[in-house]
Design a binder for this molecule. Structure first.
Ligand SMILES: [Zn+2]
Length: 128
């Protein structure tokens, strides 16, 4: 082999080695993706198992003792969420009449209690 042939062989070897490495990387990326897809499936099934026990517990059925504390924790959190949502809807859906203090729907134009015309949200809070 002359110098030119040697150079061509070196470049060719480098090319194929790089191509093989990127092929391996691509294969590993695919494998990692497939692993995470399988792990997601397990996570969903575990969640479904939990939800089934939660439903049994809510319906007053028998559940294993070792998950009772977890189910009680879910119950407490659910009650907390309910209270927060109630708070949210109370704060969101009502305004207070500036004249008499009655609770009004946000879109009310007149107070049903005292008849006062209500400010629109975009007019700087001034009643007409
Ligand atoms: Zn009023």
């Amino acid at each position: 082999m002359n110098e030119f042939d040697n150079a061509v062989k070196k470049i060719t070897d480098l090319f194929y080695s790089a191509a093989r490495k990127s092929g391996e990387l691509l294969e590993n990326t695919k494998t990692s993706y497939n692993i995470s897809v399988e792990k997601d499936k397990i996570g969903k099934l575990q969640s479904q198992i939990g939800q089934k026990f939660w439903q049994i517990y809510k319906d007053g059925g028998e559940v294993p003792d070792f998950i009772l504390s977890d189910l009680e924790a879910i119950k407490l959190i659910s009650e907390n969420i309910e209270a927060l949502e109630k708070n949210l809807s109370e704060n969101r859906l009502f305004k207070v009449c500036l004249a008499c203090g009655a609770k009004l729907e946000l879109e009310s134009v007149y107070c049903p209690k005292c008849g006062e015309r209500q400010a629109k949200p975009d007019d700087g809070g001034q009643a007409e």
